[in-house]
Design a protein around this ligand. Sequence first.
Ligand code: NI
Length: 171
Amino acid sequence: MGIRKLVLYPSEPLQAVAKPYESVGPEVAALVEDMFATMYAYEGLGLAAPQIGVSRRMFVLGDPEGNEMCLVNPVIVESEGEEEGEEGCLSLPRVYTNVVRASRVRVQALDERGKQLDFRAEGLLARIIQHELDHLNGLIFLDRVDVLTRQAKLHEWEGIREQMTAPANQG
Ligand code: NI
């Protein structure tokens, strides 16, 4: 299928708790391929299945340090520290704000072949994992900031979204 259509906020799949996979089969492999293609096409650092309308616990990521992975049924089993950093999201393009996240996490998940993973991450990689995992629980990054920032950024997004979905300006 290739590059999938992105679901923009707000919409049902982005605000739902996604379902876990009971097994990792060929349908996961096919989806992963499309998700990487979509993430790179839109220049994202991560993409969760709900962002293409698939309400399943799975995401892909690719960071500037060359980490590239698919995590199925991911769980953060330990987290430490606190770090503020800027985030954006393919479901609300062109909206950016600082978000406080744990600075180090330990993650357990399956990869796209069903192999058990257990690893530690820090810095940007830890941030991406926390951001994408939030998508599987129906949360976006603006649910992690103070109420005034959230309101201001949602308002900003409404304007951007209107421009994005408006019919092409004639003349
Ligand atoms: Ni996002």
